[in-house]
Write a protein that binds this ligand. Structure first.
Ligand SMILES: [Zn+2]
Length: 441
């Protein structure tokens, strides 16, 4: 039985224990002992070991935009034009290489599970590939090669805006209607490291009369349903003008809210919207670095948490891949908006990165160092120039560490990262460079 001896470990319900021996059988944690000496057979992990991190909202190909969209004035919509230019150069082969390198960067950052919000379904112009799920399969294969779990949130995307046809650059996202979307998604082959979930791209991209079809598909199969919600005020304005209600209300009336549902961003909400999300047990995934990057605004994280909404985090636009930065961004942005410190404890933010994120992606058996859970271990260096002197606490990890402080990562009992190196893939920087060159040159 493989075992890991941790100098310190973050154990539920929220404490640091010293000298922790974690024993694993068949991917799962079978025992946890604290304050014990290291057996000679155990692998040693230094620093503070935390559960695996869940990146609840990713678009892998956005990694190709990093550094390339920062040089001019603009907003979300001008950034989107730049994003579409890259999107329309993707094919199954270069998508696999780009997603593999991007997921490898995530693994090095301690991410053990990715929620990929996937709408790059067809060829440019909308023609099907011979295998209609070739692009989704590329993502599944990329995660397998990297050694992380994946929830493929296959997104229905049918319209260019509320009451508007698709733009030419959006044709490849569409299955024609929700029935066509469902038929294709039902044909995706699963794998042990994968869950298939559903997504409504947004109320912009799916007409109101088809929202319920996607929601029903997810509910029938008891899988996660995600959607972008109120990231932009323009979306709210268009929704109210066309339907007379906010996007949250429209989705609620369509049966799209529920305990397996996650709203992404949820930046511009009314008090009624927040109450609707809370009463339906719907979670929210915040993406603070993306919301900053795209000048979206600051979401009502404190109000959502006070209402009982479970918060998770995602790297979305991949301007950085660092869930420590995302998690502390929840609290630090709340400080800027409210002039109050300490709305979120470090422990609550760690939960957002780990157990809440895994639940949001349909892996309720991951994200905690506890018997019966999947054996995901992430060692965070407490002696780096960022973390030294802070002490082995959740506060040091959440408020001072960066992705670069992750030294070792175990996913489902398998070592994926050792001493800051990806065990299988080696030089991830070189892999990113060549994969991004292929879609930007
Ligand atoms: Zn997104």
């Amino acid at each position: 039985m493989p075992s890991w001896w941790c100098e310190n470990a973050w154990l539920p319900p929220g404490r640091v224990a010293a000298r922790v021996l974690v024993t694993v059988t068949d991917l799962r944690i079978t025992s946890i002992e604290t304050d014990v000496d290291a057996p000679s057979t155990a692998e040693r992990l230094k620093g503070l070991v935390i559960p695996g991190l869940a990146n609840t909202h990713s678009h892998a190909f956005h990694r190709a935009l990093r550094g390339r969209t920062q040089s001019a004035r603009g907003d979300f919509w001008t950034w989107r034009d730049q994003m579409y230019a890259v999107a329309n150069r993707l094919d199954p082969e270069n998508y696999l290489a780009l997603a593999r390198a991007t997921y490898a960067e995530m693994a090095l950052a301690g991410i053990t599970c990715v929620g990929e919000f996937h709408y790059m379904h067809h060829q440019p112009g909308g023609v099907r590939y011979p295998d209609p799920n070739a692009m989704g399969d590329a993502l599944i294969e990329a995660a397998a090669q990297v050694g992380v779990r994946l929830t493929l949130l296959d997104a229905c995307y049918l319209a260019g805006g509320i009451g508007e046809p698709l733009l030419p650059s959006q044709q490849r996202f569409s299955d024609g209607d929700a029935a066509g979307w469902a038929q294709r998604v039902d044909e995706i082959a699963g794998a042990a490291h994968v869950r298939i979930g559903a997504a409504i791209h947004s109320v912009r991209a799916v007409p109101a009369d088809q929202l319920g079809d996607v929601a029903d598909w997810a509910r029938t199969r008891a899988v996660p349903l995600h959607f972008h919600l109120s990231e932009q005020r323009a979306e709210n304005d268009a929704c109210v003008e066309r339907y007379g209600v906010t996007p949250t209300r429209l989705l609620a009336d369509s049966g799209a809210l529920g305990a397996a549902t996650v709203a992404v961003h949820a930046t511009h909400l009314t008090a009624d919207d927040i109450a609707l999300l809370a009463s339906n047990l719907t979670g929210v995934c915040l993406c603070p670095t993306t919301e900053r990057d795209l000048a979206d605004g600051i979401g009502p994280a404190g109000a959502l948490a006070a209402a009982g909404v479970a918060l998770s985090v995602g790297t979305d636009g991949q301007s950085v891949i660092d869930l420590f930065e995302e998690a502390r961004g929840i609290e630090l942005d709340e400080r800027l908006a409210t002039y109050v410190r300490g709305t979120f404890t470090a422990g609550a933010l760690l939960d957002s990165m780990t157990v809440a994120g895994h639940r949001a992606l349909g892996w309720s058996d991951a994200g905690q160092l506890a018997v019966g859970m999947r054996a995901d271990l992430v060692a965070v260096d407490l002696t780096s120039r960022r973390t030294a002197g802070g002490g082995g606490t959740a506060e040091t990890v959440v408020f001072a560490a960066s992705a670069s402080d992750v030294t070792d990562v175990v996913v489902d009992g398998t070592v994926v990262v050792k001493d800051r190196e990806h065990v299988r893939l080696g030089d991830v920087g070189a892999a990113l460079q060549s994969a991004i060159d292929a879609v930007t040159r």
